[in-house]
Design a protein around this ligand. Structure first.
Ligand code: FAD
Ligand code: DHB
Length: 389
């Protein structure tokens, strides 16, 4: 098979990139290791910045999001019993959209056939070849047969564990990493959310987050030690601990229900530089990971593919390689600012096992500063809604 851009990975970055290219008449094929059912069963991010909602709008794939998504004007930080509202609408003029990554992915997959975007599902042993040349290709196995896709460029949109970043020789790239000593235990349940806005809570037992997918579906997280297993957290114990950690306004309104999904995700900050090597471009989690505290992961994937699609389209339409040459630096400038914000909010809202009374006093002082300074709240709001492209 021959195409113009071979995209590895059918997560949000691969799907958005594929659609943006197809909309401009550029040919693209997505090669994905998992089945579509598996991809659609993953419960991940829930908060979309305008950088992401604008892509769905521009692609004319936003109808369901507009009907079912929940625009939010603010969110809350809690320190023990104290609730600090960040009025993002008043402070920035913008909102965020609560609409799950699962739904975004579903809308993009459903629209693929009518837009001429081919997705190869269940491709095994995906490998990248000759991407230091102008004629790279991707090979994979499916149904017992070997396949080859020749392309002008390869887009590595295959997440943190995919083959694209790993294919770049060590001598030409560098990873920057910070691993946190805890994970997030998440539960999804068909019960009404405990509050109409999100609550990020710092409690002496650890962090908790009250989020939602709709007015009838809640998403909650609590910080747990990395050594904890799902078996350590039967539903009732999880609900009890969540209610202990949320401020009274939230805890009093928690409705308990059976878990539709429960999982533990480790927290990590990671950036790989540069995001290009030859004819291979990295986007999304393939190039960087943020701890989920700032809700930035999916939104960074969106800004990467916005830049990358514009650069690829300029190359195919006008034979202009300037934007492709600038892609890595441009994307990384935004990535590092989101890394900084996610790290800062993670440090502010979690309890670290190694922290002493000094570190805790600093958290209290910072939260008090946020509560009493509009300037501090504006800085948080500006980052939360997403920095300009
Ligand atoms: P991915 O969504 O990881 O997609 C990569 C795709 O590549 C996958 O479909 C994968 O199957 C495919 N792939 C991998 N290897 C291969 C291969 N060898 N061959 C072919 N295809 C391959 N962000 C938030 O903002 N809030 C959250 O609450 C949140 N929770 C998360 C929970 C978990 C468990 C994880 C892993 C991430 C979470 N994130 C969260 C981050 C957010 O989901 C990601 O930033 C987002 O999914 C990035 O999109 P992506 O398309 O770059 O990568
Ligand atoms: C959700 C996840 C986040 O990391 C976050 O900051 C906000 C919401 C969620 O899954 O709903």
């Amino acid at each position: 098979m021959r195409t113009q851009v071979a995209i590895i990975g059918s997560g949000p970055s691969g799907l958005m990139l594929g659609h943006l290219l197809r909309q401009a008449g550029v040919d693209a094929v997505i090669i994905e290791r998992q089945s579509s059912e598996h991809v659609l069963s993953r419960i991940r991010a829930g908060v979309l910045e305008t950088v992401t909602t604008d892509i769905l709008e521009d692609l004319d794939i936003a109808e369901r999001m507009r009907a079912e998504g929940l625009p939010h004007d603010g969110f809350n930080l809690a320190d023990g019993e104290r609730l600090i509202r960040i009025d993002i609408k008043a402070l920035t003029g913008k909102q965020v959209m609560v609409y799950g990554q699962t739904e975004v992915t579903k809308d993009l997959i459903d629209a693929a056939p009518s837009r001429g975007l081919e997705i190869v599902w269940e491709a095994d042993d995906v490998a990248l070849h000759d991407f230091e040349s102008d004629a790279p290709y991707v090979t994979y196995r499916k149904d017992g047969a070997e396949h080859r896709v020749d392309a002008r460029f390869i887009a590595g949109c295959d997440g943190f564990h995919g083959p694209s970043r790993k294919a770049i020789p060590e001598a030409v790239g560098k990873g920057f990493e910070k691993v946190y000593p805890f994970g997030w235990l998440g539960i999804l349940s068909d019960v009404p959310p405990c509050n109409h806005e999100l609550i990020y809570a710092n409690h002496e037992n650890g962090f908790a987050l009250a989020s939602m997918r709709s007015m009838t579906r809640s998403r909650y997280y609590i910080q747990v030690p990395l050594s904890d297993k799902l078996e350590d957290w039967p539903d009732e114990k999880l609900w009890d601990e969540l209610c202990r950690r949320l401020p009274p306004e939230g805890a009093a309104n928690v409705t308990r229900g059976p878990a539709l999904e429960k999982s533990i995700a480790p927290l990590r900050s990671y950036v790989f530089e540069p995001m290009r090597h030859g004819s291979l471009f990295l986007a999304g989690d393939a190039a960087h990971i943020v701890p989920p505290t700032g809700a930035k992961g999916l939104n960074l994937a969106a800004s990467d593919v916005r830049y990358l699609s514009q650069a690829l389209i300029a190359w195919f339409e006008k034979n202009d390689g300037d934007a492709l040459a600038a892609y890595s630096d441009k994307a990384l400038a935004r990535v590092w600012k989101s890394e900084r914000f996610s790290w800062q909010l993670t440090m502010l809202m979690h309890r670290f096992p190694e922290d002493g009374p000094f570190d805790r006093r600093i958290q209290i002082a910072e939260l008090d500063y946020v509560a009493t300074s509009e300037t501090a709240r504006r800085a948080i709001a500006e980052n939360y809604v997403g920095l300009p492209l």
